[in-house]
Design a protein around this ligand. Structure first.
Ligand SMILES: [Zn+2]
Length: 60
């Protein structure tokens, strides 16, 4: 295993259902726009909206 001190920043997208409050976190994918509808909620009839996009730094 190669050891590196360079941190890597990974972007994440947080999706939230306004109807039931379900929150899903997944890796950011191209085309994600803040506060836009993404997919149908898996636990109710609502739609998930992108609530937050953030980057997390991972030290390896
Ligand atoms: Zn829901």
């Amino acid at each position: 295993m190669i050891f590196s001190k360079d941190p890597i920043t990974v972007a994440y997208t947080v999706e939230k259902c306004d109807t039931c409050g379900l929150i899903k976190k997944r890796k950011f994918s191209e085309g994600d726009v803040l506060f836009s509808n993404t997919t149908k909620c898996s636990s109710c009839e609502g739609m998930l909206i992108i609530e937050k996009i953030f980057g997390e730094t991972i030290e390896q």
